[in-house]
Design a protein around this ligand. Structure first.
Ligand SMILES: Nc1[nH]c(=O)nc2c1ncn2[C@H]1C[C@H](O)[C@@H](COP(=O)(O)OP(=O)(O)OP(=O)(O)O)O1
Length: 226
C-alpha cells in the first residue's frame, strides 16, 4: 500500500437530500469536472474562510437551487478518498437533510433528479457509493471510512462486463474490509459508467463515538463534533 501514502488532503463536501415519506433521494448528474458523467450528491471544494457546513450549503444552493435550514442539516460522516500514486487525499464531509426549501433546478454543472431508494443508479456512480449510501439512507450514520482507488487501464474504459460484489452488512459497528470480510451477492455492471477510477480497497465504520470532525492522515479520527 506504499503507493497510497498521503501527505496532505483537500476538503470537499457532499450533500444528500432525502424525501423520507416517498423514500427518494435527490442526486445530480455531473455534467463536467471531477466525476463527470456520474450521479452523485451535491458538493465541491470548501472555500477559504468557510466551514465545511457553510461550503456544503453553498454548493447545494449553487448546484440544485435549494436551501436547507441549519437545524435540518445533519453531518452523516467523513470519507477519505485516496488515489494510487497521489499524495493528496480528498477528505469528503457528507451531510444529509430530510427537508429543503426552494425549487430544484438544473445548472450548467449538475442535472438533479429524484431516485427511489430501490432505483439508485449505483452502476453510474462512484464505486464507493454502493457501500456507504445505503447506510446513510437507512439511518446507519454517522460513519467514517477510507476508500482506495486505482486508475482504470484505458481499455477498461470501453464497454465491458465485470463482476462486483455488494455488501450486505447488517451489523452497525463492524469494521468492513473490502479485501477480507466482504459478504453479499454478486451482480454484473458496466464498469465504465462508474468513472475512470476503480476502488480496490476500503474500510468503513459506523461511528459510535459521535460525528467525526476530521480524519488524520493515518486514517484515524482526529476529533469529533460536540
Ligand atoms: N469517490 C467519491 N465518491 C463520491 O461519492 N463522491 C466523490 C468521490 N470523489 C469526489 N467526490 C465528490 C466530492 C465533491 O462533491 C465532488 C468534487 O467536487 P469538486 O468541486 O472538486 O469538483 P469540480 O471538479 O467540479 O470542481 P470545481 O471546478 O470547483 O467546480 O465529487
Amino acid at each position: 500500500m506504499e503507493s497510497f501514502t498521503i501527505t496532505s488532503k483537500k476538503v470537499l463536501t457532499l450533500v444528500l437530500v432525502i424525501d423520507k415519506a416517498e423514500q427518494k433521494v435527490l442526486l445530480g448528474y455531473k455534467k463536467r469536472g471531477f466525476g463527470a458523467h456520474l450521479w452523485n450528491g451535491f458538493g465541491g471544494k470548501v472555500e477559504p474562510g468557510e466551514t465545511t457546513r457553510e461550503g456544503a450549503l453553498r454548493e447545494l444552493e449553487e448546484e440544485a437551487g435549494i436551501t436547507v435550514k441549519t437545524e435540518d442539516f445533519k453531518k452523516a460522516g467523513i470519507l477519505l478518498f485516496q488515489f494510487e500514486n497521489d499524495p493528496v487525499a480528498l477528505e469528503t464531509h457528507v451531510y444529509k437533510s430530510y427537508e429543503y426549501q426552494g425549487l430544484i433546478r438544473e445548472c450548467e454543472e449538475m442535472r438533479p433528479q429524484w431516485f427511489a431508494f430501490a432505483d439508485v443508479p449505483y452502476d453510474q456512480m462512484w464505486e464507493d457509493d454502493r457501500i456507504w449510501l445505503p447506510m446513510l439512507l437507512n439511518g446507519q450514520d454517522p460513519f467514517y471510512g477510507r476508500m482506495y482507488f486505482k486508475r482504470k487501464p484505458v481499455e477498461d474504459t470501453k464497454e465491458i462486463e465485470t463482476t462486483v460484489t455488494s455488501v450486505v452488512n447488517t451489523s452497525t459497528s463492524t469494521h468492513v474490509n473490502h479485501s477480507t470480510t466482504m459478504t453479499g451477492t454478486s451482480f454484473t455492471t458496466a464498469q465504465p459508467k462508474s468513472g475512470p477510477f476503480a476502488m480496490c480497497d476500503y474500510q468503513l465504520e459506523h461511528s459510535l463515538q459521535g460525528v467525526p470532525r476530521e480524519i488524520a492522515l493515518d486514517g484515524t479520527i482526529a476529533s469529533f463534533e460536540n
